[in-house]
Ligand binder design. Structure first.
Ligand SMILES: [Zn+2]
Length: 250
């Protein structure tokens, strides 16, 4: 894993460590398999979580990062349950966007069960816009950063069922993405344990539920597995035949 502040194609933000892997890990693996770089930024350390210390979750995030093959992973430590749209929080996210200069940003959905996900969505959405403003100055290691507005912002689907605007065929990467999810072992049910599930994702059936959703979204587009996304703007079709492939008459 490189630590250098290079431009990446996609930057995925999550309110908590594991949000990204649980909701869009297979799509990120697909992007990497197509030869593009991906970075991940966790807005908090997940210190308010019912299970697992911040140290455990940090180790798990590092393991997930190595298994998934991300270019880099950042943790901003903005404070679990404190993701308010303050100037300071926005500046921290803008700095990361300007550092990695992504074409595509992934974020939590604006409509979600967990209030941190809703707050993270709002913060990242605003940061993507403000990061493009010339007059808004941020510095990194004493150097003034250049403005940068990501071209595309996609919201991944988590707990709450949302009707996706697009579905990505993840049939080739779904199995491999499970490694990234399972790296966050403290959060999931462990075979043979009798402890009571304290959280929704600690239930034995949670991972089966995730697979069921991927199957359901896959069914919608005629593939084995799919991952659904909401778009922040309408999808523009520049090459019609790339979007709707067929046989050319030449
Ligand atoms: Zn979360």
């Amino acid at each position: 894993m490189k630590q250098s502040p290079e431009k990446v194609y996609a930057l995925a933000f999550g309110a908590h460590p594991d949000d990204v892997e649980l909701a869009c890990g297979a799509t990120l693996l697909k992007i990497i398999s197509e030869g593009f770089s991906v970075a991940v930024c966790d807005l908090t350390r997940g210190e308010m979580g019912t299970i697992g210390t911040p140290e455990t979750r940090k180790t798990e995030a590092a393991q997930a990062t190595a298994l998934m093959g991300y270019h880099c992973r950042r943790s901003l430590d903005l404070g679990d349950s404190k993701l308010f749209p303050t100037e300071e929080n926005l500046a921290e996210i803008i700095k990361v966007i300007r550092e990695f200069r992504p074409d595509v940003v992934f974020a939590n959905s604006p409509d979600e069960r967990h209030p941190d996900h809703v707050k993270a969505s709002k913060l990242v959405t605003e940061a993507c816009y403000y990061a493009g403003l010339q007059q808004l100055a941020t510095t990194l290691n004493g150097t003034l950063q250049k403005p940068h507005r990501p071209a595309h912002l996609l919201y991944y689907i988590q707990f709450k069922h949302l009707e996706p605007d697009i579905i990505v065929d993840i049939s080739e990467t779904f199995e491999a993405s499970r490694k990234g999810v399972l790296a966050f072992a403290s959060q999931f049910y462990q075979e043979g344990t009798t402890e009571e599930a304290k959280t929704l994702i600690k239930r034995p059936e949670f991972l089966t539920g995730l697979e069921a959703r991927a199957r359901y979204f896959g069914e919608q587009i005629g593939t084995r597995y799919g991952e659904g996304f909401k778009l922040s703007t309408k999808l523009a079709i520049s090459s019609f035949s790339t979007a709707f492939p067929g046989t050319p008459n030449r």
